[in-house]
Design a protein around this ligand. Structure first.
Ligand SMILES: Nc1ncnc2c1ncn2[C@@H]1O[C@H](COP(=O)(O)OP(=O)(O)O)[C@@H](O)[C@H]1O
Ligand SMILES: [Mg+2]
Length: 246
């Protein structure tokens, strides 16, 4: 006769029987890793957040850009390369100087470069675009609400600054001082600066002295020459082409 204690020991435990029962009834499902990684259209994906930043930056770009240049797109390879460096890291881009005769598309390319940066969706997108004469007007005592120093600091610190038509006016001692401080400060902080000018950075030897060096002075021009990507735009006056069709 079998001893009752041995029978109890040989009987499968309640838990084992329960597990066996579940296994025999449950559908055959193997647990595995769950793929809940966000797609590029969902929050959490880097591309989703890049697009959000780009949308915000393009909004700011549109607000800062005059109506005529709302469609501006950079097409020049060197300008595109500069904009991509700036979008990657503002502090590594240096200055961008666009020179060339009137109507060759300097302002168009400059706004286009800023658009390219906005489209990349940088972490921070703040820009000021001004013509040099407007800037001097605002820097003059009484020319801006908060005063010259405040205005100059704002221009020194803004991450992206476009100074259109630099050198149009011969600099007075005062405007040279303001321009030197601005360029120096941005140079020291490694902040980008886009300049457009009708004057070559340095005229060919023997040419009449109508270059940035003579317009801005040696100190300033040497800073620019040292840190700038200089792009010469040539070709016909695009405004003439526009006039003949309008
Ligand atoms: N790539 C381009 N595509 C379309 N229009 C352009 C282009 N480049 C310049 N323009 C137009 O030609 C005109 C002259 O260009 P602009 O950038 O103002 O010249 P600049 O600043 O060299 O004097 C402007 O009306 C501008 O909108
Ligand atoms: Mg222009």
């Amino acid at each position: 006769m079998t001893d009752p204690q041995t029978v109890a020991e040989n009987r499968p435990s309640m838990l084992a029987r329960l597990m066996a029962g579940i296994a025999s009834h449950a559908p055959h499902v193997t647990a595995g890793p769950i793929d809940d990684a966000p797609t590029p259209d969902e929050p959490g994906h880097p591309e989703y957040h890049r697009r959000q930043r780009a949308e915000f930056a393009l909004g700011r770009w549109t607000t800062a850009v005059p109506y005529r240049y709302q469609d501006a797109t950079a097409t020049h390879a060197e300008i595109l390369a500069w904009a991509d460096r700036a979008a990657d890291d503002y502090r590594s881009a240096g200055f961008l100087v666009l020179t060339g005769p009137i109507g060759t598309g300097k302002t168009h390319q400059a706004y286009g470069a800023l658009r390219r940066i906005a489209e990349a969706g940088p972490k921070r997108f703040e820009m000021i675009a001004t013509t040099a004469p407007d800037m001097y007007g605002r820097l003059r005592p009484g020319g801006s609400e908060h005063g010259t120093e405040h205005e100059l600091k704002r221009l020194c610190r803004i991450p992206l600054l476009l100074l259109d038509d630099l050198g149009t006016e011969k600099l007075s001692e005062w405007t040279e001082e303001a321009t030197t401080r601005l360029v120096n400060e941005r140079y020291n902080e490694c902040l980008p600066l886009i300049i457009t000018t009708n004057f070559p950075v340095r005229a060919a030897t023997g040419a009449p002295s109508t270059d940035l060096v003579t317009r801005l002075g040696d100190r300033l021009a040497s800073r620019l020459a040292q840190t700038s990507t200089v792009v010469q735009l040539d070709g016909p006056d695009l405004r003439r082409g526009l006039r003949s069709v309008s």
